[in-house]
Design a protein around this ligand. Structure first.
Ligand code: EPU
Length: 422
């Protein structure tokens, strides 16, 4: 099992190219199911989660091939519309094949995803939305079994909000099914995340008729068939945000390429408040910091609010701000596994319900720590780069689920990270 040995503190300086977005690529690859034939999805990051989805698509009957950064998905044959437990249990995002399979095949069985380190993560809203389109859905042997009515799914006005606001993959599932439904579907309280906008652009490139992208009201005029498309996914705003924090935490100067700042306004706003300077460039930005880190009161929210997927990384940075910060998690109230690990590195963070009170310390001190989930692990890598001494991070496979060669990218700008197989 791989571990990272990180020597710090370092000052990061140089250029990093941001990879394609994992969370855009996943539902887009799943949506390729909707149109028989070969779609080409470009700028797909090489990640463990993407490999799991490739395996899942292949298990349905599709032919999936990676050629450099592109994934070619031939869905001429989809003859086994079943998301098997053995594959779906590896990645919750496997649920995003449910809507496309149902719309294409009229029937889908997908293993019910379990909980994970960041919380319960139910799929009741996905199910509610697909039922509204006329599907009959029940649970059998741990599988969600969905059947479209005779004559296919039917468009409808659907409210898709839940106790924590909109749902990203729930919107992806219902949207992907609605494009082939008869008549008009209106999704109210749709997720506005850039990854959903990207999915909608891909669907429209296939011939779908979606409007309202980026707003909480998506209007879909159903079409009877779709054609395969050739599509390039957006840059990964969470990876970009992670490197922005890295630059800021180490008082560095990092230029990011392939970074769409328009998708990151809340992140940029908080970074500037905390003391970073973000200078836009043609294809990204330059991040610098001089002077002290300033504490912040930060709350995660659905887009365009501050993203939960950067909460842990910001916590690592605020651990070094002079004064008290409050971080409140409104999307996944249990997503605080990194608190105990950061405290092992001499941070002073106290969890209070869905919030964490971060009392700034002068320095972080290296320690052996455990990666618990993807973003928590990224926070530990950042903390390791800023901490004095040699940090050892176990269970690095969590990071490989969502960051493409993170150690190579950070080492390219001056980090000292060694991957070892122990
Ligand atoms: N929720 C429900 N019922 C549902 C669906 C969601 O109650 O049927 C709740 C969730 O429990 C949560 C909230 O609604 O409290 C929002 O969850 P959402 O459905 O939006 O999350 P997701 O679609 O499962 C995606 C990303 C996550 C990211 C969240 C929030 C992908 C593959 N995953 O998950 O990314 O944190 O949106 O932005 O797109 C990550 O990349 O590390 C990651 C966890």
């Amino acid at each position: 099992m791989d571990v990272f040995e990180i020597e710090g503190p370092v000052r990061l300086e140089g250029t990093i190219t941001v990879s394609g977005s994992k969370n855009a690529a996943l539902p887009i690859m799943a949506a390729a199911i909707l149109a028989p034939g070969q779609s080409i999805i470009r700028q797909v990051p090489r990640l463990a989660d993407i490999a799991v989805l490739r395996q899942l698509l292949a298990s349905l009957g599709a032919k999936v091939e990676r050629i450099n950064g592109d994934v070619h998905i031939d869905t001429t044959v989809i003859d086994h519309p079943v998301g098997e437990y053995d594959i779906v249990r590896k990645m919750r995002a496997g649920i995003c094949i449910l809507g496309p399979l149902l719309a294409r095949c009229g029937r889908a069985e997908v293993s019910m995803p379990g909980g994970c380190a960041i919380g319960d993560r139910p799929v009741d809203i996905h199910v509610r939305g697909l039922r509204e389109l006329g599907a009959e859905i029940h649970l059998e042997n741990g599988y969600i079994v969905a059947t479209a009515p005779k004559g296919g799914l039917r468009g409808k006005q659907i409210f898709l909000g839940g106790p924590f606001g909109s749902t990203v993959l729930g919107t992806a599932n219902v949207l992907s099914a609605a494009v082939l439904a008869q008549g008009r579907t209106v999704i109210e309280s749709a997720a506005c995340e850039p990854e959903i906008v990207d999915l909608a652009h891909f669907l429209n490139a296939m011939g779908a008729r979606i409007s309202g992208m980026g707003s909480p009201r998506l209007v879909i005029e159903g079409v009877s068939t779709l054609q395969p498309a050739d599509y390039t996914v957006i840059g990964d705003r969470i990876e970009a945000g992670t490197f922005m924090v890295a630059a800021s935490m180490t008082e560095g100067r990092v230029r990011l390429q392939n970074c769409q700042l328009d998708n990151m306004l809340a992140v940029v706003d908080y970074l500037e408040h905390i003391g970073a300077r973000i200078e836009p460039t043609e294809d990204g930005c330059i991040v610098t910091r001089e002077g002290d880190l300033i504490p912040a009161d930060l709350t995660t929210q659905p887009y365009p609010g501050f993203p939960t997927d950067l909460q842990a990384q910001f916590m690592a940075m605020l651990a070094l701000a002079e004064g008290n910060s409050v971080i409140t998690e409104k999307i996944f109230p249990d997503r605080f596994m990194h608190v105990a690990e950061l405290n092992r590195m001499a941070a002073n963070i106290r969890k209070e319900g869905p919030s964490a009170i971060v009392a700034g310390v002068k320095e972080l001190i290296a320690a052996p720590v455990m990666a618990s989930d993807l973003r928590a692990s990224a926070a530990l890598v950042l903390a390791g780069c800023a901490a004095r001494g040699k940090t050892l991070i176990n269970r690095v496979y969590h990071i490989d689920r969502g960051y493409e060669h993170i150690e190579e990218k950070l080492n390219g700008v001056g980090a000292k990270i060694v991957r070892e197989d122990v």
